[in-house]
Design a protein around this ligand. Structure first.
Ligand code: SAH
Length: 232
């Protein structure tokens, strides 16, 4: 059974979009994962196919109706955890991507307007997940980001499994700088250690660079790594 992604959206035509290209697109056509984009509006029951309403208590914008969204969730038959794309949610990270990639699939609910009625979040046990501290116009871009991060971790998707083990966040640190040809670019050389052929020195240089870069840019990531080392 391949990984099964279900996306509930008012804009089904946006999918697979970027996920139909490159690594994720190839994996999709190879059947390593499957994608169902479900049109929430097709679950509306009134003549105008209404999916939203004005906010109770007043205020600007519109709110997605709980009954239509609940019917879409119930009718979609999605696998795995149900996540609601939401700026109020738990921050999405590499650990969550890894955990989800190990499961049967995921169901992603994309909000629009001012968001969704609180009662459907509770009634359908949706977990709110955020891709960062900024407000998007809709959950679709968040769903792309989350699926992109998951799909590249699925078995057989990345050619070289080492890349997953060595990149940013895999050991809690940011990745070391990378270089390739040409040897000289606008007067800048590749650090000599990388062309020395000494694998031990290369590994040590990269580890030191990861540590220094993380300390400079994301000290918040470094603290838990150092605590973990101290506990070993
Ligand atoms: N009024 C809401 C924002 C609604 S934005 C608030 O202040 O919290 C419309 C939709 O975009 C949301 O329902 C959500 O599905 C999506 N969205 C916006 N920002 C997001 C983020 N940072 N992460 C994930 N989804 C987001």
């Amino acid at each position: 059974m391949s990984f099964h992604a279900t996306v509930l959206t008012l804009y089904r035509d946006m999918f697979p979009g970027p996920l139909g290209h490159a690594l994720a697109g190839r994996a999709l056509s190879e059947g390593r994962w499957a994608l169902d984009a479900v049109d929430i509006r097709s679950f509306a029951t009134d003549r105008h196919r209404t999916v939203d309403g004005t906010p109770a208590g007043g205020g600007p914008g519109m709110v997605m109706r709980p009954d239509v969204l609940a019917a879409a969730i119930d009718g979609s038959g999605g696998a795995g955890p149900r996540l609601l794309m939401s700026p109020r949610g738990v921050p999405f990270d590499q650990a969550m991507a890894t955990r989800l990639a190990e499961g049967p699939g995921v169901t992603l609910v994309c909000g629009r307007f001012e968001g969704v009625d609180q009662r459907v979040i509770e009634a359908r046990g949706l977990t709110e997940v955020s891709i960062g501290d900024y407000v998007l116009a809709g959950g679709e871009v968040a769903a792309f980001a989350i699926l992109d991060a998951i799909v590249r971790l699925l078995p057989g998707v990345m050619g070289n499994n080492q890349s997953a083990a060595e990149e940013s966040f895999s050991d809690g640190l940011l990745e070391h700088p990378q270089y390739t040809r040409p040897a000289l670019f606008e007067g800048r050389e590749i650090p000599a250690v990388l062309t020395s052929g000494d694998h031990g020195r290369v590994a040590a240089w990269r580890a030191a660079e990861r540590e220094a870069l993380t300390a400079a840019r994301r000290p918040d990531l470094l603290a838990p790594v150092r605590r973990g080392r101290a506990a070993d």
